[in-house]
Design a protein around this ligand. Structure first.
Ligand code: SAM
Length: 290
């Protein structure tokens, strides 16, 4: 399908089913064939690949995934889109459409039941932007059997994922994504290729899930609590950010001592710490606190 034809298809399907898109659900549908091609290419699917798609919308990406993957399971929150999706994929039993909320659905179970016999398993999705980070964090933290995640997200969020320590975009999301995955920029996507056109530009990124996290951390919840505290007050020195955000009531001298023992200057701002430094600090804190 050409770009024009995907846009036409989108408008026609919406009109035929009397659908008015909901901004609140991040419903901006992709109409660019080249971007779809880039996503498929980045996903690198073989004959046995199983794909989990979040937010199929009216199925433009789902159609392409169905051509390449062994099985596709797509989770859509908007009940109104279900009849259309079910109709579109009625003759393709390897495509399963599920009504559900990506923030709540049991992904372990869905993968186990719907993508049985598939390997590897990839997530490929044009994510709803209002919940990009929480959905991504669920996919990463729940230790799902995923090999790769290819997602279209708001361009600024993609930049945050790829940011270097000390830069404005570097944050808790960068650290978490790097902890669990290696990242690759795939392509920028201009706003005008969506119906309706969103206010922001987008980007596609590819995240390859590491077999084990990038750094060795003894206590993951403490590690992420330290990261959150450091970025929660990113303009403060690390010793101040930790004493306000994590160790309230503890003597500041103690916190400074722990930082020094971890080989980190307490005057530094948390936003300048690399993944390795966060891990070293959290491991030291685990020793003294644990
Ligand atoms: N995949 C389609 C495309 O590329 O054109 C649509 C992408 S659109 C950006 C996001 C889709 O996610 C919409 O269909 C929206 O209804 C759906 N959605 C929004 N919130 C969701 C949630 N919490 N769980 C599952 N789907 C959701």
């Amino acid at each position: 399908m050409t770009e024009e034809r995907i846009a036409e298809r989108t408008r026609r399907l919406l009109a035929e089913h009397g659908l008015h898109l909901k901004k609140s659900l991040g419903q901006n549908f992709l109409t660019d064939r080249q971007v779809l091609d880039r996503m498929i290419e980045a996903a690198g699917m073989g004959g046995d690949t199983g794909v989990l798609e979040i937010g199929p919308g009216i199925g433009a990406l789902t159609e392409r995934l169905a051509q390449e993957a062994k099985k596709v399971v797509a989770v859509e929150l908007d009940q109104r889109l279900l009849p259309l999706l079910n109709q579109l994929f009625a003759d393709r039993p390897h495509v399963g459409i599920h009504h559900g909320d990506a923030m709540e659905i049991d992904f372990h179970r869905l993968i186990r039941e719907q993508l049985a016999g598939c390997s590897p398993i990839h997530v490929v999705a044009n994510l709803p932007y209002y919940v990009t980070s929480p959905i991504l964090m669920r996919l990463l933290e729940e230790q799902l059997p995923l090999d790769r995640i290819v997602i279209m997200i708001q361009k600024e969020v993609a930049e945050r994922m790829m940011a270097e320590p000390g830069s404005k975009a570097y944050g808790a999301l960068t650290v978490a994504v790097r902890y669990y995955t290696t990242t690759q920029w795939v392509t920028r996507v201009p706003a005008h290729v969506f119906v309706p056109r969103p206010r922001v530009d987008s980007a596609v990124v590819r995240l390859d899930v590491r077999p084990r996290p990038a750094v060795s951390v003894r206590n993951e919840s403490l590690f992420f609590a330290v990261v959150r505290a450091a970025f929660g007050q990113r303009r403060k020195t690390l010793s101040n950010a930790l004493s306000h955000g994590l160790f309230t009531g503890k003597q500041k001298g103690k916190i400074i001592g722990w930082l020094e023992e971890a080989g980190i200057d307490p005057q530094r701002r948390g936003e300048t710490l690399s993944l390795e430094e966060f891990a070293r600090l959290a491991n030291r804190l685990d020793e003294v606190e644990g």
